[in-house]
Design a protein around this ligand. Structure first.
Ligand code: NAD
Length: 230
């Protein structure tokens, strides 16, 4: 039986499944946005270059939907663990900001955040929580674009390095609610495997990377985290 209190350097590696209980659909699950919207029209740089207003209309809608959701018990437990066990780090593929709203800090956001925008002219990045966004044009004369990793974008180099650093130094890695098919994020937990850490997968379903993990907790994130912590 794994108990979180037996570890000192925990990494929570989280994906869309963690936020499913908050009402945000997973990527591939039922209700997932990419069943409804073609990413080539709404979530890639080419689409933004072609028609930024159309892409912003879509992202304003996403901000509105995500903003109406609250962190769930799973996010709350992770924040509590981080407060009590100082060496706890969070690496997420989610863009929803729910870890931070639950009280977590220094979250490594591999795929960016829906709550930040980046100037297409200067590269300046600012937080922006307004829905809809107050101005789509930046003061520098460019556009603000959502600071998220769209399809065909590369991940930010420093962000990957921060994730690798956290994972290489952990004694326990807990993967939660990720299908393990979105690369390069999906392969990061292998670093913990190679360095001899204990690996736990929380997911109601088996995944293509389940064999990396010594322990499998097959159930919803909030319940499985409660069992590990309380
Ligand atoms: P994914 O949709 O590919 O996989 C989700 C996984 O969560 C599945 O394996 C599923 O079995 C599992 N799951 C479903 N309900 C769960 C629950 N209650 N508890 C635990 N696990 C549960 O998600 P992914 O691997 O994170 O990749 C999707 C990509 O799309 C990510 O890169 C992410 O940036 C983006 N995305 C983000 C959000 C968000 O920010 N909340 C939502 C959808 C997609």
């Amino acid at each position: 039986m794994i108990r979180l209190r037996d570890f000192e350097r925990i990494v929570f590696f989280t994906g869309a499944g963690l936020s499913a209980e908050s009402g945000i659909p997973t990527y591939r699950g039922q209700g997932g946005i990419w069943h409804e919207y073609n990413y080539e029209e709404y979530a890639c740089q080419r689409a933004f270059d072609r028609d930024p207003d159309k892409v912003w209309d879509f992202h304003d809608l996403r901000r509105q939907k995500i903003g109406a959701c609250d962190p769930n018990e799973g996010h709350a437990i992770i924040a509590e663990v981080q407060r009590e066990i100082a060496g706890t780090r969070i690496v997420t593929q989610n863009i929803d900001g729910l870890h931070q709203r639950a009280g977590s800090r220094e979250v490594v956001e591999l795929h960016g955040s829906i709550w930040r925008v980046r100037c297409t002219r200067t590269g300046e990045i600012v937080e922006d929580f307004e829905v809809p966004i107050a101005s789509r044009r930046s003061p520098a004369g460019g556009w603000w674009r959502p600071d998220i990793v769209w399809f065909e974008d590369s991940l930010d180099h420093d962000t990957i390095a921060a994730a690798q650093d956290a994972i290489a130094g952990c004694d326990l890695l807990i993967s939660i609610g990720t299908s393990g098919v979105v690369f390069p994020a999906a392969q990061l937990p292998r670093i913990a495997l190679q360095s001899g850490a204990t690996l736990v997968e929380i997911n109601p379903e088996e995944t293509v990377v389940s064999s990396w993990y010594q322990h499998h907790l097959r159930g919803p994130a909030s319940q499985m985290l409660t069992d590990l912590w309380r």
